[in-house]
Design a protein around this ligand. Structure first.
Ligand SMILES: Nc1ncnc2c1ncn2[C@@H]1O[C@H](COP(=O)(O)OP(=O)(O)OP(=O)(O)O)[C@@H](O)[C@H]1O
Length: 276
């Protein structure tokens, strides 16, 4: 279980994330939503410790993630795999080697430098590529792939880390609609098939509603909504996204509740008790 307690990250006088608190149970697929600049990336990067919290704590089961240094921090980064908007592959290396990079924390540096990957790791990497129909491209240079293919390689790399949680920071922001669906389906497959918890920043509300079992809404660094997608009414979404609402709501009828909103749903109130 991931627990975030009063997490704050300030850059100068600006709070990119302001006193965020929530917990995420194992096996959840949680979407972090909100307009540009709301603090979504900073929040995810703090969980992986790519950004340093100014105050607050991050716990994962019994581990105090905020207190980790050196080797234990590297181990945590292996357990919390990041997926980035720009894929972060090594373009001149082949696809299989890029996936094997996900095993770096497990093998001595000299073995990776000499490209002496254990056979078991190669088999694991091939099997991860097979999961996403990418095995036939194993020998191809990563920079010769399409964006959607590159992101699937990045997801395979995350998978071979055998992480407890995957932190996906706008993983489909650079992709066309077809590849968006392929990549989101790949994340969903990892979540359902392997039970890996996913925390995924998404600008598109339509995608977040379609794929996630819970949404955390951020505005100006604060968590202002936390609940099931069905409880996020269009009214709350409009407040969350403001001028960007029409762009992110995927053509739903504005001002009406989503069709799957149950009659007795408790609708959290934006900006008050909504944050868990
Ligand atoms: N390294 C930094 N130095 C200074 N300010 C930063 C830094 N990183 C983020 N910020 C600021 O913190 C705020 C939150 O940024 P963040 O990238 O976390 O938002 P976001 O919701 O992920 O937005 P986007 O969807 O545009 O990436 C923004 O105002 C941003 O300008």
């Amino acid at each position: 279980m991931l627990v975030v307690e009063g997490l704050t990250c300030r850059f100068g006088t600006k709070s990119a994330v302001d006193n965020a608190s929530f917990s995420v149970g194992p096996g959840s697929f949680v979407g972090v939503i909100g307009r540009s600049g709301a603090g979504k990336s900073t929040l995810l990067r703090m969980v992986n410790r790519l950004a340093e919290p100014t105050s607050g704590r991050i716990l994962f089961d019994d581990l105090d993630v905020t207190a980790l240094h050196g080797r234990s921090l590297r181990q945590w980064r292996a357990r919390s795999a990041m997926i980035f908007q720009q894929f972060n592959l090594v373009g001149r290396l082949d696809v299989l080697t890029n996936v094997l990079m996900g095993r770096l924390a497990e093998i001595p540096a000299w073995r990776s430098l000499a490209q002496l990957w254990p056979e078991a790791d190669k088999a694991l990497a091939m099997s991860a590529l097979e999961q996403f129909d990418m095995a036939s491209l194993a020998a191809q240079r990563a920079d010769q792939l399409s964006g959607g293919q590159q992101q699937r390689v990045a997801i395979a790399r995350a998978l071979v880390q055998q992480p407890d949680i995957i932190l996906a920071d706008e993983p489909i922001a650079s992709l066309d609609p077809r590849n968006t669906k392929i990549v989101m389906d790949a994340l969903l497959r990892i979540n359902k098939h392997f039970g890996i918890t996913i925390l995924c920043n998404l600008h598109s509300l339509e995608l977040a509603r379609g794929y996630c079992d819970r949404l955390i809404g951020m505005s100006a660094g604060r968590v202002v909504f936390d609940g099931a997608p069905a409880t996020l009414t269009d009214h709350i979404a409009r407040e969350l996204y403001d001028l960007e609402a029409n762009e992110v709501m995927g053509g739903e009828v504005m001002g009406s509740a989503p069709s799957h909103l149950p009659d007795d749903a408790t609708v959290p109130v934006l900006g008050t008790a909504a944050a868990a």
